[in-house]
Write a protein that binds this ligand. Sequence first.
Ligand code: GDD
Ligand code: MG
Length: 373
Amino acid sequence: MKAVILVGGEGTRLRPMTIHTPKAMVPVVNRPFLEHMIEHLKAHQIRDIILALGYLPRPIQAHFNDGLAFGVKLTYIVEDTPLGTAGAVQNVASHLDGETFLVLNGDVFSDLDLTAMLAFHREKKAMVTIALTPVDDPTRYGVVETGSEGRVLRFVEKPPREEVTTNLINAGAYFLEPQILSHIPKGVFYMFEQGLFPLLLSLGAPVYGYPSQGYWIDIGTPEKYLALNRDILQGRTFCPALGRSPLNGLWLAEGCEISPLARVSGPVVLGEGCVLGAEAYVRGPAVLGPGCRLGQQVMVEEAVLWREVTVKDGAIIRGSIVGRGSIIEKGSLVEAGSVLGDGVTVERGSRVESGTRLWPEIWTGPKVSQGQD
Ligand code: GDD
Ligand code: MG
């Protein structure tokens, strides 16, 4: 069984975190997101994986190489211009072997039982089986209406609220029969969501929905990205890459220097070589990437810091994402819901208001207000 993972999107909603890092590589509990997806596939004996790339392919290729070190075989196909979700699959058709295959959106973390879903797909003799998951706000997803025995009646991508008839949405995982390829135009932009699925339904093809009640999240926005890190740390979903929570709730990598006067209240993940100064306080759920340095009396709570972030004495970070190599100067405050990209400097004593998105060149949202030292 081959799987195609769609990782060509620009990750616009996750900016500025995706300026230098493709969405598939954003660290979740200090592992590139795609590692978690690969673990999930391996758990269902799927090891032959084709990555459909577009935006920022190199960090992905450089990290995974041929996949051997991760226990899988990886094939990379890079699109010159985005071909859309279905166009991307047509573009890798020569690497599919004429058998049933799996397609996954490259930004979804779930514990979907792929083995059971495949059995369902075969039992129904479906041409397409779409995994379904319930969500609170279906307007942000592809809404899938099903009839008796799971047959899909209607697929509507991001419908207005008044058109929402069910809370079951497309979970971004499909088992597909190779015949579908004859319905996808070659070399042009084409989507499953607005193109192929509605077309197959209009042709009366056997398209089925496979509802799943397990954990499911799309990490496409800062809120969801933070939520996934939090959910893993709090044990709402099991993450094989991280493993079970240590008794003290602290996953501690090698080489950390923690002042005896610092406090860590889990669940917290500290990457390699983190330094916590006297009276620094890390309150979980929180993740510090490798090489983060917290000065004295720093407070970090419910935040995700990427690698090599420096937080100087007395600074406070709450409920935010801070990109690689950023520097939070003394006595400043980063309020909950802020999203700071790579290499940002927050000036001494200033306040980053909730919801601010900051990156070195330009920023949107409220300006950083300069406060007292
Ligand atoms: N190779 C390639 N080429 N990949 C692409 C392209 C492309 O042109 N466009 C998007 N992708 C990838 C993205 O990188 C992502 O992994 C996946 O396809 C889905 O794109 P998103 O941009 O994240 O879509 P969405 O989240 O708004 O909606 C999709 O996912 C929902 C579930 O999370 C749709 O499939 C919805 O129907 C679905 O409910
Ligand atoms: Mg998405």
